[in-house]
Design a protein around this ligand. Sequence first.
Ligand code: FMN
Length: 360
Amino acid sequence: MNRRTMLVGAGAALAGVGAGVAAWRSAVGSMAQYDAFAAGLRDRLTPDLEAVVRYATLAANSHNTQPWRFQLEGQAIEIRPDFSRRTPVVDPDDHHLYVSLGCAAANLALAAAATGRPGETSLTADGDGVRYDYLTGAPKADPLADAIPRRQSTRAEYDGRAAPAADLAELERIAAMPGVSLALITDRARVKQVRDLVLAGNEDQMNDPAFMHELKQWIRFNPRSAMASGDGLFSAASGSPVLPTGLGRIALDRLFSVAEENQKYARQIDSSAGVAIFFGERTDHDHWIRVGQACQRFALAATSLGLKIAFINQPVEVARLRSDLAAIVGETRRPDIVMRFGYGPALPFSPRRPVASVIA
Ligand SMILES: Cc1cc2nc3c(=O)[nH]c(=O)nc-3n(C[C@H](O)[C@H](O)[C@H](O)COP(=O)(O)O)c2cc1C
């Protein structure tokens, strides 16, 4: 090969790499564009009702399916379940769906009050949704409302620091909700017991093809698909790599191992300051909604105290583990939500659908 053919060959190879990079970029989209999209969703709270609903949709919700519709009528806003967004494998009795409605209800009440609409949250007359009736008052600044756009589920390792006792007391105070009790665990022995149940639950779930199939439908492997759907679990928001969708699905099938995922969960839980477990007094829609309100308020209080949170709900989702989880804190009731908390990095935010698509 002479110098000229070598150069031509190198040029062609570079062009090939360039075309590959361009094809990859166009398949996955840009993280900068995604960050702008996510920041737009979390833009400041303006007085209009659309902004109030937008803040409600920033609530935690299972698999980020956003299983809700908002109905605006007179001086009331109702949050109704959207059953087309159920996740029947992981959540056969719609427990998580109603908890998610409760999370949205907590945000809604805070954002409404902050914009001068103080009110009351109740169950709808048919017991199937949440209603917020409000009056007209003066806007009222509230640190919990300010935390709404900053809260996220941060599935990362934390730095192992303990949270001050005063902050733990503040978390309990803000999360207090009639019909819901909260057990906070910070001693390492019991945190480890919870960890072992999370690992056992993760193993069951990862070995269940139906669970993995459903999960896969809700994973968004790159900024392009996260922005297009505005829902689901964006890989980068969990600290996972961005991949073209087809490749992401193959990687999930072939490269994810129970052992590695369990090691990751173990590190994440070991590095947390503690674990919060929420118990509703009864197993009905009303109490699941209340649990959602309590855990969302807990997450907002944590955010305003500089703490990060992440849900580790495997021992709630895998029914055989529920009683063992409850026993760790001396409970016999069905546990509803498990969260870890601690000091950690911020990850990319998760997507949401445009607010117009959730207002009925
Ligand atoms: C009822 C419920 C159960 C959840 N379970 C889990 C879980 O087991 N593991 C997890 O990583 N996230 C879980 N999440 C968190 C959601 O995936 C998360 O809220 C959603 O993807 C939106 O992201 P964000 O919280 O960062 O806004 C749960 C959330 C809710 C409300």
